[in-house]
Every structure is written in structure tokens, then in C-alpha cells.
Design a protein around this ligand. Sequence first.
Ligand SMILES: Cc1ncc(COP(=O)(O)O)c(C=O)c1O
Length: 426
Amino acid sequence: MDHFHFQAGALHCENVPVAKIAETVGTPAYIYSKATFLHHYRAVHDAFAALDPLICYSIKSCGNLSICNLLKSAGAGFDIVSGGELARAQAIGADMSQIVFAGVGKSDEEIEQAIDAGVGWFNVESEAEMENLITISRRKRVRTRAALRVNPDVDPRTHRYTSTGKKESKFGVDLERGRRFFDAYGRDAAVHLCGIHLHIGSPVNDIAPYVGAITKGIDLIDALRADGFDIDTIDIGGGFGAHYRDTEAPPAVRYAEAIVPLLKDKRLKVIMEPGRSIAANAGILLTRTLYLKQSGDRDFLIVDAGMNDLLRPALYEAYHFAWPVAPRAGFVPKDRASAAQLPGLKLMDIVGPVCESGDFLAKDRMLPPMQRGDLVAVYSAGAYGMSMASHYNSRPNPPEVLVDGDDFRVIRRRETYDDLMAAERL
Ligand SMILES: Cc1ncc(COP(=O)(O)O)c(C=O)c1O
């Protein structure tokens, strides 16, 4: 569900024609819908209300300060994985006690920064990290709170690069090691090890892997409680799906129907870390056609956004629906699924200007007749879009625009060449 729709033949975000935004800020540009962000946040909140969970929005998915602030106002805590993400949470005045700090390679500086800030939980991923956290907490004479990230060894059936809960993953520790981990560190005075953390991968459109992982997590918690450990928290991670091709992601209520009964009445504080399911469908990447070109038997639409702006297709061969913003008559799609069936389409690749063959935004797509100057919307780009953007080929990052009803405002300006070189010295 999103607030990007065609009205009088032109794509709108909420009530604003996206072409009008292009006139103001140029292209490429990320455009976000405030209503869509709030819709998806509330969908999770309402679906899981019976558990009264702490919903820690995953900053890595879309970390713009205005977006974080919007979700803070809606009641979210935050999932962070770096000192930089902590700085973002601090910049918006987030409640530090509602923050979980995950990540397999937290540096000493980041741990100190997070302890000083007073973050709620460290999600600890190894024995070595736990020992380091204990050392630093003792030195600082504080009692920090931690959850152990365990690998439930379930297959989330997603891309191998975003599958994180298998036994061989670099994240967390094996379930079997969980009890030994608590035997070794579960009674430490400086770090209160009081929970377990699971994050199986992303996007996970199947509900069964969550059920499998959480069931294994609860079994571990029961065993730990029987051993006398005081476990009060379970963090079930993120990874809930979003719509990329059509409407393939289960709504939050479907996940909740399966997950809530598993966790209800377990005397556990439940933490969730959704990112993509809140942000992905709330954003598009708007780009302009530079050239049309034929090479061999392939047709290319060369646009002004590239893999440096939206890395997901190059990195994971991720699919993003893409369509012109003002299609010729007869080419306004009813929905994503049926768009490719319209008569008169042509097979094309949408590619960027970056000097890599992997620089594509969409491959093998049936698209309406296009010409130089046409705007194209790359959908479902709100999560892991701008947050993965780079300066490769010395390309300044695009602006981010937030639409709210009839209005829009720039929440990150377009970078300049001076920005590109600001940290460098001759
Ligand atoms: C530990 C952890 N939690 C939460 C998330 C957010 O996942 P998603 O954006 O798919 O909800 C991630 C994503 O990588 C993660 O690694």
C-alpha cells in the first residue's frame, strides 16, 4: 500500500504531481510520502498491539533525520548499527532507552559512545564482543543491558546476501552455544544479559521462518529460565516484506496472527526492528531519460540515476517496478501486475550513466514508448535506496523530498561538487 498513484494521466505522490517536484529539485531525486510511512508504521503497531512491543525502526533502511523524526513522533524507538546511526538518533532527540544497538563489529569507540548515550540494549553477537562490552562497562562503572543474538538456523528463503539467520552466517551465535554463552556471561555484574535477539534476513515474505525462529528462541529462553537466568526480553528483528513486484508482501496482520500467539503471556518485553516494511513503499527514485539506445538486439533507456543512487538492483539483482511518470495515452497502468500486459510495449533495460555493466535499475522490462526527457519513477525505493547511495564516479548524492498532502519540502538538498570534495586535502 502506498500513496503513489496516477491522477489525470500523471503520477502523483499524495496530492503532488511528481513532475512538479522534478521542476523544483531536478533529477535524480528521492521522493517520500509521509502518509505511507505513517500507514506502515501504524500497521505494525496495530497488528502487534496485543504484545505492546517496542517498535525500533531500523535506521539503516532510510535514515534521513526528518524520516527518523517523523517515526519518533509516531512512537518509534530505533535499531542502530553504528556510531553514525546513533548520532542520527541523538540529533533528533530520540529516547536513548528505546534504542537497540546491533552489529557484528562494534568498535570500542562506538561501544563507549553508546554507553555514554545510555542506549537501551546492546545486541551482542559473539563471546569476544561480550568480553569487550564487559571490560568497557566495568571501566565506565556502569551496568549495561544486553541481549544475545542467536542464529536459529532457519532458511528465510530470500537472497543469499540478505539471509542472516542460518548457522553459517557471520551474525550472532549458534543456538546450541546460547546456553554456554549464558553460563559464561549471564551472571556478570557489569552487563545484564537479559534477552535474546533474532533477525533471520530480509525481505522475508514467508511467515513460517519467523514461526520457526521464534519457537526456537522461546525454547532457549525456557531452558535459560530453568537454569535460573532472568530473561525478560525477546527482540524478533525485522525483515518483514514490502511490495516490489506487485503486492507480494503479507500485510503486518498476517505476520502478527502467527507471531502474537507465540509470544503472548511469556512475560517478555517484545522488541521489533522493522525497516523495509515501513520505508520501502514510501519512496520512489525519480529519474529522467537521457538517451535511448540500441546495442545488438537490446534496447536501452539511459537515465540520469545510476547504481550509486540505487544500488539494490546491482547488489542483489533486486526488482523495482519502473514506469514513466506521464505515460502516453493508453499506457497508464491499472496496477503493477497488469502493466506489462498493455499492448504496444517494448522490451528495454533501464540503465544508469555509471561505468559498470552492473549499473542497471531495471532489466528486461516491457515499457511504453519513451523519449528523451521523459521522467521515470523507480518504485519501492524508500528502503536501502538513499541509505546505500555512494559517490561512485564522483556523482553527488540526490536530494530527498518529503510529500505531505498538498505540500512537499526538501529534507536533504542535492549535493554539490564542493560537498564531494569537502573532506579532502590537496
Ligand atoms: C539486525 C537487523 N535488524 C533489523 C533489520 C531491518 O531489516 P528490514 O529493513 O528488512 O526490516 C536489519 C537489516 O539488515 C538487521 O540487520
